[in-house]
Design a protein around this ligand. Structure first.
Ligand code: FAD
Length: 473
C-alpha cells in the first residue's frame, strides 16, 4: 500500500499517510489526486472564472461511493464540494483543498413509460434526460441549455420551455434519495422524511447529496413548434409592447422568451445584421401541432422581423437550440431579477443597456414563467417565488480576463438600475459567487427560517456549506 499525504495548496490539511489509499479501497469509482488522470476534467466547470483545486476528488460510481466520500470528508475535517453538471455560475461544485464528490459518472436514466415516471442519477445532463424520456414521447420541465446538470437545476427549482404548462422541475419531483451529513442514505418524498423532501425542492445542496431523483413525466412532442424571430434593437419598444399583449392570454403550451444581444451569424439573418444589436423572440409551443402553429401566429405577426425561422422540430433539437451561445469555457458573471410584469420601465432599462453591451457575447435573457408555477403556494416547497411572470438573467460573458472589471461593472449597474422595477427576489441558481451569502436570504424569503430549522436537523455542523448556504439555526 502506498502512503500518500496530500497537500494541494497553502494552509490545506495534510491527510494522514494511508488515508487516501483507505478511501481508494472503499470506492468503486475513482479517487483522483492532483496530477492523476480524471482530476483536471472533474475540477473544470462551465464558468471559466472559477479555477479551484480540491485536494482529493471522488468520482462516484454510485450511492455507496457518495457515502464513502461524505464520511471521509467528515472524518478528515475536509471542506466538501459536490459536482453535478458543473454549471452553477458561482462555481459551488468545486472547492479549494477539500474533497470534491464528482457525480458526473452517475449517468443512469430509467423511464417507466406506463407509470410516466423516470429515475435519474445526478450526473445526467438535461439533454441526456430529454433524450431518454423523449424515446417514449415524454418529458418534464427542465432548463434551456442541454448541457446543464439535472441535479443542481432541480435542487434550485428549475424552469424552462414546459414550465408554464407543467410547473417547475421540483413540482414534478416525486422522490429523492439523499446521502445526509452523517453518511446515511434517506429517501425523501411526501410520505418519507417529508421535511427533507420539502427542503430539497429549492433548498439546493444544503441538506445532503442526492443520488437519485424520481420525476413525473408528461406527454410532450416528440415534435414541437419552435423558432427564433429576430428584430433590430431599434424597434424593441414596439416589438416588446406587442409581445406582452400577445402573451397576455396565451395558452400555457406556449412559452416565448426574449434575448437582447449582438446578432450571431445565424444563417437566416442577412449578413449586414451580423454583430448588430437585436431583440430575438425564442418561441416554443408544444401540444397538438396544428393548434401549436395557430398559437404561435400572433407572435409571428409582430412587427417586421429581419429574419426568422419557425416550424415543427424534435423537442430534443429545440432543447439544444441555444447551446452554441452558452458553451463552457468563457468567463461569466450573472445577475438576476424577478418581475411580476413587463412594464415600460423595464423595457426602457433593457433597451438602454442592450445598446451598450460590454462584450459581443453579453446578453439580456428574459424568461417567461408564470402559469402552472404560480398555482403552487409559496410555502409548498422551499422555492418561494410563486407570483412572478418573468425572470431577467443578465448573462455577462466574455473571454479575456482584462475585461473582467468592465463587464462586471456593467452587470452591476444594470442590476441596480432595474431594481426599482423588480420584486426584490432572486432565483438561487442565478446568484454569482460574490453575492452567494448576501443574497441567500432574498432567494428564500419567507421560507428561510423553516429551511434553517431543517438544516439544523440534517446538517447541524454545516458539512454541506459549499453552496448558497443556509446556516443551521
Ligand atoms: C448556460 C446555462 C443555462 C441555464 N439555464 C437555466 C434554465 O433554463 N433554467 C434554470 O432553472 N436554470 C438554468 N441554469 C441555472 C442552473 O439551474 C444552475 O446553474 C444549476 O446550479 C446547474 O446545476 P448543475 O448540476 O449543472 O451545477 P453544479 O455546479 O454541479 O451544481 C450546482 C449546485 O448544486 C449542488 N449539487 C449538484 N448536484 C448535487 C446533488 N446531486 N446533491 C446535492 N447537491 C448537488 C452543487 O454542490 C452546487 O452547489 C442555467 C445555467 C447555465 C450555466
Amino acid at each position: 500500500m502506498t502512503a500518500v499525504s496530500v497537500k494541494s495548496g497553502q494552509g490545506t490539511p495534510t491527510l494522514p499517510a494511508g488515508a487516501v489509499d483507505g478511501l481508494r479501497g472503499r470506492v468503486r469509482g475513482a479517487v483522483c489526486l492532483p496530477g492523476e488522470p480524471g482530476y483536471e476534467q472533474a475540477r473544470t466547470i462551465w464558468n471559466a472564472m472559477i479555477d479551484r483545486r480540491p485536494a482529493v476528488i471522488v468520482r462516484a460510481a454510485g450511492a455507496a461511493d457518495v457515502i464513502a466520500g461524505v464520511r471521509f470528508a467528515r472524518e478528515q475535517g475536509l471542506r466538501l464540494a459536490v459536482r453535478g453538471g458543473g454549471h452553477n455560475i458561482a462555481g459551488s461544485a468545486v472547492c479549494d483543498d477539500g474533497l470534491m464528490i464528482d457525480l458526473t459518472p452517475m449517468k443512469s436514466v430509467r423511464v417507466d413509460p406506463i407509470a410516466m415516471t423516470a429515475r435519474v442519477e445526478p450526473g445526467v445532463t438535461l439533454g441526456e434526460f430529454d433524450r431518454e424520456a423523449q424515446a417514449f414521447g415524454l418529458a418534464t420541465p427542465v432548463g434551456i441549455n442541454s448541457t446543464t446538470g439535472v441535479a443542481g437545476l432541480t435542487l434550485g427549482g428549475g424552469f424552462g420551455w414546459l414550465s408554464r404548462k407543467y410547473g417547475l422541475t421540483i413540482d414534478n419531483l416525486l422522490a429523492a434519495d439523499v446521502v445526509t451529513a452523517d453518511g446515511e442514505l434517506l429517501r425523501a418524498s411526501e410520505n418519507e422524511n417529508p421535511d427533507l423532501f420539502w427542503a430539497v425542492r429549492g433548498g439546493g445542496g444544503n441538506f445532503g447529496v442526492v443520488t437519485s431523483f424520481e420525476f413525473k413525466l408528461h406527454p410532450v412532442g416528440p415534435q414541437v413548434i419552435g423558432g427564433l424571430i429576430v428584430h433590430p434593437l431599434s424597434r424593441a419598444k414596439e416589438v416588446l409592447d406587442a409581445y406582452r399583449k400577445a402573451m397576455a392570454n396565451a395558452p400555457e403550451e406556449l412559452a416565448v422568451w426574449f434575448v437582447m444581444r449582438k446578432a450571431p451569424p445565424l444563417p437566416f439573418l442577412p449578413p449586414e445584421f451580423h454583430g448588430t444589436e437585436i431583440v430575438a423572440l425564442a418561441v416554443c409551443c408544444h401540444g397538438d401541432l396544428d393548434q401549436a402553429a395557430k398559437t404561435v401566429a400572433p407572435v409571428q405577426a409582430i412587427g417586421k422581423p429581419i429574419g426568422a425561422f419557425m416550424g415543427p422540430m424534435p423537442f430534443t433539437a429545440w432543447q439544444q437550440i441555444i447551446d452554441p451561445l452558452l458553451t463552457p469555457g468563457a468567463r461569466n458573471y450573472w445577475k438576476s431579477h424577478n418581475f411580476k410584469a413587463l412594464t415600460d420601465g423595464v423595457i426602457d432599462v433593457l433597451i438602454e443597456f442592450a445598446g451598450r453591451l460590454p462584450s459581443p457575447e453579453c446578453e439580456l435573457a428574459f424568461a417567461q414563467v408564470g402559469g402552472a408555477i404560480n398555482r403552487v403556494p409559496a410555502e409548498a416547497t422551499a422555492y418561494p417565488h410563486r407570483d412572478i411572470a418573468y425572470v431577467l438573467n443578465i448573462h455577462t460573458r466574455w473571454t479575456d480576463a482584462s475585461q473582467d472589471k468592465t463587464c462586471v461593472a456593467w452587470a452591476r449597474e444594470l442590476y441596480d438600475r432595474m431594481a426599482p422595477h423588480a420584486t426584490g427576489g432572486v432565483y438561487v441558481n442565478f446568484i454569482p459567487e460574490d453575492e452567494a451569502q448576501k443574497m441567500v436570504g432574498v432567494a428564500y424569503g419567507p421560507n428561510y427560517d423553516r429551511l434553517a430549522k431543517i438544516k439544523t436537523k440534517y446538517d447541524p455542523q454545516n458539512l454541506f456549506r459549499q453552496n448558497q448556504n443556509i446556516r443551521p439555526a
